[in-house]
Design a protein around this ligand. Structure first.
Ligand code: GNR
Ligand code: NI
Length: 192
């Protein structure tokens, strides 16, 4: 496992349209990519990551809405496995992998979340997106799945799927707001 470098604006590679993972590519190299993506995302920390954000233009994304907080106190386990008292991390991880995802039914109803992006650090802005969506995707073994998503998971998946098309959340803002966001980012970088 390795933490990879996350590309940031204005890196032109973030505008790449990613290519599908082919049937003969569901192999150890793909598993290694996904492992590294999780490690990179947890380290950042973030709740989602698209492969292009680590420079790999493949239609692969990972999401975990409940990353383990390394600073949180562990909690006492509430049941006995016969091995005495023990603790667990405070939050449970829920790692999700979506390969070649396609949205088949976006809802008409929109919801608004304040979004951020590891490739646009320290900038946050409200984005409207379909509140729920049905997605089809493949898992690491190449098996096909369909699932209805809602809430933050629906939003995050759509944010990640935008990355696969070379689109960033700031591209959903008005020209004025996008300009202000990029100016703020420039200023923050100068201060750093
Ligand atoms: O960590 C992230 N948080 C987030 C918050 C609201 C909507 C989308 C996201 S995704 C982002 C990580 C990231 O940049 N993924 O591409
Ligand atoms: Ni992002």
């Amino acid at each position: 496992m390795a933490i990879r470098e996350i590309l940031e604006v204005p890196d032109p590679r973030l505008k790449t349209v990613s290519v599908p993972v082919e049937p003969d590519e569901f192999n150890d190299e793909l598993k290694k990519l996904v492992e590294d993506m999780f490690e990179t995302m947890y380290d950042a920390p973030g709740i989602g990551l698209a492969a292009i954000q680590v420079g790999v233009p493949k239609r692969v994304l990972v999401i975990d809405l409940q990353p383990e907080d390394p600073d949180a106190d562990p909690v006492e386990c509430d049941h006995d496995h016969g091995d005495g008292a023990h603790t667990h991390p405070a939050t449970k991880n829920d790692p999700r992998v979506f390969i070649n995802p396609v949205i088949i039914e976006p809802a008409e109803e929109l919801s608004t979340y304040q979004e951020g992006c590891l490739s646009v650090p320290d900038i946050f802005a409200d984005v409207d997106r379909p509140a729920t969506c049905k997605v089809k995707y493949q898992d690491l073994d190449g098996n096909h799945h369909e699932e209805n998503l809602e809430g933050l998971l629906a939003t995050c998946l759509q944010h990640e799927m935008d990355h696969l098309e070379g689109i960033l959340f700031i591209d959903h803002l008005s020209r004025l707001k996008r300009g202000m966001a990029l100016k703020k980012l420039k200023k923050l970088r100068q201060a750093a």
